[in-house]
Design a protein around this ligand. Structure first.
Ligand SMILES: *Cc1c(COP(=O)(O)O)cnc(C)c1O
Length: 428
């Protein structure tokens, strides 16, 4: 019997490149057929064939309350009746700006956009306009959306500017981007000592979620703040994933660091397209219409998308929300680690807030090189065994996972039971 999933994927490949609208969805890393979904409720999803899953992707982070949350759904339905878009200001955008400023105080001024990519791309333009410098620093393994200047792989060795990591990006564009090693403070210090005063901005994921989950070393992230301050370089925390995910105030609240600019996305849209960038008022004042840096968007601050975000953010502010979410996420990773130990599989895992990393390596990796050494084959087998058991993890060994507020103890128990079976099958 051919499954509907299979049929949909075959037909999609005729009309949509690779059958998907974003590459990781294609299951290229793990092999097999991507799942086409029809419905979600809370922690659960149902695919085109009616099979049920426990969801640990949560749309890559946004669905922090779980799927089809009744109040979010209701708020969206109500606002839809007042028109889908005005292309003019609304009070909802002000409410969102006030809320972001209250919860992430380093964002003294904020502008809304429609994706994380737009947020990071615009933040970099602002940082360059403000400093009147061209060079930017990013880190290996961090993802900041698909803007040209950010699709750059490391040059070989210190101070070699990058080459494009994607076709279609001119070398001239990549030439201003320097890619350094995450958690390597020495490399950062050496770079700043040589060309610190030419660097417009440093952009990083303050907890990395795009090469699986990597935690920053304390001396790295605090040292970075000091170097940027000393050299007048704009420090941009890309919190598109970590914002309202690792803690109410994002990773900057967790580490007690004030970046000059912050980018947000994912959770602030609650599942609809919203991004935001903001920061110091003097920096944000270079933006049009006040200043010379141009940035715009027909659907920016869209009332329906902003309503989904505002309603989602109402719930995450409830007392104890992040404590409960972090505890539930920790229960999951602890259960998986124990199951792996019992099966004798080299495995480690960690969590921060509602985000987690699973690694087929003895200890949790702290760098791009270490994560590259984890056992990818073991992950791929584990992934498919879990999928068969109705547990939906990210289809790549290099993605973080997400727990929502609607994941119950039963969900965790069912996942751990499935993992016991999957780990035992790995040994055969
Ligand atoms: C997802 C993500 C982006 C890109 O956001 P899109 O909405 O997919 O454009 C940028 N930065 C980080 C850290 C992300 O996780």
């Amino acid at each position: 019997m051919t499954s509907l999933n299979q049929t949909l994927f075959e037909k999609s490949q005729q009309l949509i490149p690779g059958g998907v609208n974003s590459p990781v969805r294609a299951f290229r890393s793990v092999g097999g057929t991507p799942i086409f979904f029809k419905r979600g409720k809370g922690s659960r999803l149902w695919d085109a064939d009616g099979k049920e899953y426990i969801d640990y992707i949560n749309s890559w982070g946004p669905m922090i309350l779980g799927h089809a949350h009744p109040e979010v759904t209701k708020a969206v339905q109500e606002v839809v009746a007042n028109s889908l878009s005005f292309g003019a200001p609304t009070g909802l955008e002000l409410e969102m700006a006030e809320l972001i400023n209250k919860l992430v105080p380093s964002m003294e001024q904020v502008r809304l956009v429609s994706s994380g990519t737009e947020a990071t791309m615009s933040a970099i333009r602002v940082a360059r306009g403000f400093t009147k410098r061209n060079k930017i620093i990013k880190f290996e393994g961090c993802y900041h959306g698909h803007a040209d200047a950010l699709l750059v792989k490391a040059g070989s060795g210190l101070l070699t500017f990058g080459e494009p990591s994607s076709a279609g990006v001119p070398a001239e564009v990549a030439a201003h981007t320097l890619t350094l090693e995450y958690n390597n403070i020495q490399m950062l210090q050496d770079t700043f000592a040589k060309i610190g005063d030419e660097i417009a901005c440093v952009i990083l994921e303050p907890v990395v979620g795009n090469m699986n989950l990597i935690m920053p070393h304390k001396e790295f992230i605090h040292g970075l703040r000091d170097l940027c301050t000393k050299h007048g370089t704009v420090l941009i925390f890309d919190e598109v994933m970590t914002g309202f995910r690792v803690a109410l105030g994002g990773a900057q609240a967790l580490f007690g660091i004030k970046p000059d600019m912050t980018t947000l996305g994912k959770v602030i849209g609650g599942g609809l397209p919203v991004g935001a960038f903001g920061g110091r008022k003097d920096i944000m004042s270079v933006l049009a219409p006040l200043g010379p840096v141009y940035q715009a968007g027909t659907l920016s601050g869209n009332p329906v998308a902003v309503t989904a975000g505002l309603t989602t953010l109402k719930f995450v502010q409830e007392p104890g929300f992040y404590d409960r979410l972090a505890l539930q996420t920790k229960k999951l990773v602890d259960g998986l680690v124990l199951a792996a130990q019992q099966a004798g599989v080299a495995f480690s895992a960690q969590s921060v807030g509602g985000m987690f990393g699973l690694y087929f390596s003895k200890t949790c990796p702290t760098s791009y090189n270490e994560i590259m050494q984890a056992d990818k084959e073991a992950f791929n087998k584990f992934f498919h065994h879990m999928l068969d058991s109705g547990i939906y993890f990210g289809p790549s060994a290099f993605e973080a996972g997400f727990v929502s507020a609607s994941h119950t103890d039963d969900d965790v128990a069912q996942t751990v039971t499935a993992a016991k079976k999957a780990f035992s099958l790995l040994n055969q």
